[in-house]
Design a protein around this ligand. Structure first.
Ligand SMILES: [Zn+2]
Length: 466
């Protein structure tokens, strides 16, 4: 796959994207914000070390912008995300011919100033996110620090540059490799989880997320010798600190994980029940869906529900709609993670519309894993929404996919046919599908409405706030 801008090819080598020559790219203040020192620096693991892009803006070299675009997969996502700023870029499959680009006409088709106004609006709306994985919030910087601190040897990783290349995942296999062979082996002390929580806090702050439900999968770390209770102590203390310092509320859903079988899931549940904490509100079923049917976990989930825990499950992300049915019928979950393949089953769509069982849709994640969706514009989220399903929007693995929640909403506007009124409905759906109490939800939404009203006045939108 190659990308072309203004008639010139943006080449991709093994580990980077290279723009041949120097071009003027009309960066907006949004992009400039990302280059300024501040919380975004946590996403800048290669600062001063690499120059993947020869980029010049207003005569100033912006080669340090490379970190933001250094992940080829994410770069393409970002080329699409920020199409206003990169209008004229064509992403082509091998052998496909680039068509002539009238960059002036293309630029006016999506006005950068309008995109900036939209992004400002979407990024400043207070939000909730309910499908996020803890390890996928860690920065490359933090993993590099832990690698040195814990004296971990990772094959082929001698420098932070090598590590960044492992973070530049392009395939599902590389994604799994990063999780299993890079991130997880570096977390060897319970206290290491505090570092991840600090990265998580930065992500949540950047996206104005005031409440998040995060999956925590303890199995692998216990295999590495960590104690469940010690990790829990660190996560609990970190969540309390973030609540008091930043007024961001974090709750955890313990991922019982189908990758290690039902017996292991049962042992995880025993630990959850033996160590009750306010910050742990339920259990989830993540891991490899293929060959690990939901029905095998029926007894474990029954026990969790009887103990008063919330229950959710990934289903229909990598395999067909039968797994969504199974998660609903045998696990009796309160939400479905992804549910993408539901689009293949009319009866299931009707059932989901009727029951209003929330779907935790993760659009960019689904494009990345390519099981049922290859491009954002073909994502069934629009179909789900129009059929009246209870759709929520999430990022799943933000650091690894290089996608943030504010980007996801802008994507839905730019590529999936959602207008701003509909996006406000989605934002409210996220809140309503969360496990906050009804009273809390009502309070939160009242505050969100006030904020949206002020934002729309300032930015000149006229919306019907639900
Ligand atoms: Zn997930």
């Amino acid at each position: 796959m190659i990308a072309v801008w203004n008639g010139a090819e943006i080449a991709r080598s093994d580990d980077c994207l290279i723009v041949e020559g120097s071009y003027y790219f009309p960066l907006t203040s949004i992009d400039r914000d990302l280059l300024r020192p501040g919380p975004h620096r946590s996403r800048c693991p290669m600062k001063g070390e690499a120059s993947y892009f020869d980029l010049r803006v207003d005569g100033h070299s912006l080669s340090h912008a490379a970190w933001f675009y250094a992940n080829p997969a994410a770069a393409f996502v970002h080329l699409e995300n920020r199409v206003a700023f990169w209008r004229g870029v064509q992403v082509l499959e091998a052998g496909e011919q680039a068509h002539a680009v009238d960059s002036t006409a293309a630029a006016s088709a999506q006005d950068p100033a309008e995109q900036e106004r939209l992004y400002e609006f979407l990024s400043k709306i207070p939000k909730t996110e309910i499908h996020l994985h803890l390890e996928a919030l860690v920065s490359c910087e933090s993993i590099y620090r832990l690698m040195r601190e814990n004296q971990v040897n990772i094959d082929g990783v001698e420098s932070q540059g090598d590590l960044l290349r492992r973070f530049q995942v392009r395939t599902l296999e590389q994604f799994i490799d990063l999780y299993i062979n890079v991130i997880q082996p570096c977390l060897l002390k319970a206290q290491d989880f505090d570092l991840i929580l600090r990265d998580a806090r930065d992500y949540l702050k950047r996206n104005r997320i005031y409440y998040a439900e995060i999956f925590w999968a303890p199995t692998k770390f216990m295999q590495n010798g960590l104690e469940y209770a010690e990790m829990l102590d660190v996560l609990d203390a970190g969540a309390r600190r973030i609540k008091s310092e930043d007024n961001i509320h974090i709750k955890f859903l313990v991922d019982l994980s189908r990758s290690y079988g039902p017996e292991n899931a049962g042992r995880n549940l025993d630990l959850v029940l033996a160590h009750p904490r306010d910050c742990v509100i339920g259990v989830g079923l993540g891991g490899a869906e293929e060959n690990n049917p939901a029905r095998d976990y029926e007894a474990v989930f029954e026990r969790a529900r009887e103990a008063g825990l919330h229950a959710v499950a990934h289903a229909g992300e990598a395999v067909g709609p039968s797994q969504v049915w199974e998660a609903i019928r045998t696990l009796q979950v309160e939400r479905i993670g992804h549910g993408t393949s539901a689009v293949l089953d009319e009866r299931l769509l009707d059932h989901l519309a009727e029951t209003q069982l929330p779907l935790e849709v993760c659009p960019s994640s689904n494009v990345f894993t390519r099981a049922y969706v290859h491009e954002l514009r073909e994502h069934p989220i629009r179909n789900f929404f129009e059929r009246g399903l209870n759709v929520t929007v999430n990022t799943d693995d933000p650091t690894i996919f290089g996608i943030e929640l504010s980007d996801e909403y802008l994507n839905l506007y730019n590529h999936c046919g959602f207008d701003l009124n509909e996006i406000l409905v989605l934002i409210r759906n996220n809140l309503n599908a969360s496990f906050l109490s009804d009273r809390n939800k009502a309070n939160c939404w009242r505050q969100v409405r006030e904020r949206v009203a002020k934002l729309q006045d300032r930015l000149g939108f006229q919306l019907t706030i639900p």
